[in-house]
Design a protein. Structure first.
Length: 307
C-alpha cells in the first residue's frame, strides 16, 4: 500500500504534473481517509494538489471514496438541505445559521456540517449553539422543519484529520473541496455550495453532472454558502446532474443592509438572527432569494423521484 506512486504523478509541479484517473483518485483518497499512509505522505499529497489543482475526474474519485466511508444520516421525509460550513466569518456576520433557520421554517429538514479549520473566524456552529440548537453526537434522522448541525469528526474521523492539516501547513487541500460537495445522507438531498475563485466553476459543474447531484452553486461570502447579503450573485442549479441557470448575477452592491450588525461576534450574530426570525428585522433580500432557489430545487427533487 501507500500513495507514493500517485505522488510521483501529481507532484511534478504545475506544468509537469499528470492528472489521476477517477479510479486512482478513489484509491488514493481512500487510503488517506483510512489512515493507511504516513503524515509525510499526507503532507506531500496536500501540497502537490494545492499546486496542481483538482480536475473534475479527480474530484469525482475523491467523493467516491468519501461517500463509501461516510456515516450517513437516515433518509428524511423531504429532501435534506445540506449546508457545509467550514470557513466562518472574518469581515461580515456569518449568515449560514439564518439561512438554515429560514429553510427549516419552510418545512425542510436542514443539516449543517463543519469544523474549525482556521483559528480566528466565527463559526456558524457556534452561532447555532448560542441559539440553543445543540450539536449532534452521531448521525440521526432530521425531522421536517428542523435544523441540526454535526462536527465532521462524527461523519468520518479520517476526513476531519485531513482538514486539520490546514492548521499545520496553512493551505487548503482537496478535503476542503470534498466537504463542500459531499452529501452525508442516505436519501435525496440538495447540497448548497459555493466557490470563491472563478476557475473552480467549470470543475464543479462537471463534477455535479458526472455524479448526478442535486445542488445549488453560487459565489460564496468568505467561503460560506450563505450569500453575501449586499448583492445577488449568479445561481446555478443542478437536479440529478442536469444544469440550469436559475438567475444571472445582478449588478451593484448595497452600501448597507438594514439591521445587519457591524460586529461579527457570536452573541451579536445570534441576536441578529433571532430578531430576523421574529420579524423584528427584515430578511436581507439576497438571503430571501437564495431560500427561494433552494426551495425550487427541493421541489424539483421531489418531482424527479416521484413514481
Amino acid at each position: 500500500m501507500g500513495i507514493s506512486q500517485y505522488i510521483k504523478e501529481i507532484g511534478r509541479g504545475a506544468r509537469g504534473a499528470k492528472p489521476l484517473t477517477r479510479e486512482q483518485a478513489t484509491d488514493l483518497f481512500g487510503q488517506v481517509l483510512d489512515g493507511q499512509v504516513s503524515d509525510l505522505e499526507i503532507g506531500a499529497f496536500c501540497l502537490a494538489m494545492r499546486i496542481k489543482g483538482e480536475t473534475s475526474e479527480e474530484m469525482c474519485g475523491f467523493l467516491d471514496a468519501t461517500h463509501q466511508r461516510l456515516a450517513l444520516l437516515p433518509a428524511t421525509d423531504r429532501p435534506l438541505i445540506v449546508l457545509p460550513s467550514y470557513n466562518g466569518a472574518r469581515k461580515l456576520p456569518v449568515l449560514t445559521p439564518l439561512l438554515a433557520l429560514l429553510l427549516a421554517r419552510e418545512g425542510l429538514p436542514v443539516l449543517l456540517h463543519g469544523m474549525r479549520t482556521e483559528a480566528r473566524r466565527i463559526l456558524a456552529s457556534d452561532v447555532l449553539l448560542a441559539l440553543d440548537i445543540p450539536a449532534l453526537k452521531a448521525p440521526e434522522k432530521i425531522a421536517n422543519g428542523t435544523v441540526r448541525h454535526i462536527h465532521t469528526q462524527h461523519l468520518h474521523a479520517g476526513l476531519a484529520r485531513l482538514l486539520s492539516v490546514r492548521e499545520v501547513v496553512g493551505l487548503r487541500n482537496p478535503g476542503h473541496s470534498v466537504v463542500k460537495l459531499m452529501s452525508p445522507c442516505a436519501g435525496p438531498s440538495v447540497v448548497v455550495t459555493a466557490y470563491t475563485h472563478p476557475e473552480y466553476f467549470e470543475m464543479l459543474q462537471t463534477t455535479f453532472g458526472t455524479l448526478g447531484m442535486t445542488a445549488l452553486l453560487s459565489r460564496g461570502l468568505e467561503g460560506e454558502v450563505a450569500t453575501d447579503p449586499r448583492r445577488t450573485p449568479r445561481y446555478d442549479g443542478f437536479v440529478r446532474g442536469v444544469h440550469q441557470v436559475l438567475e444571472s448575477q445582478q449588478p451593484g452592491t448595497a452600501s448597507e443592509v438594514p439591521g445587519l450588525p457591524a460586529e461579527i461576534d457570536v452573541a451579536t450574530t445570534a441576536a441578529y438572527t433571532r430578531c430576523v426570525m421574529a420579524g423584528e428585522l427584515p430578511i436581507p433580500p439576497a438571503i430571501k432569494r437564495q431560500v427561494e432557489h433552494i426551495l425550487r430545487l427541493a421541489d424539483q427533487t421531489v418531482s424527479e423521484t416521484s413514481p
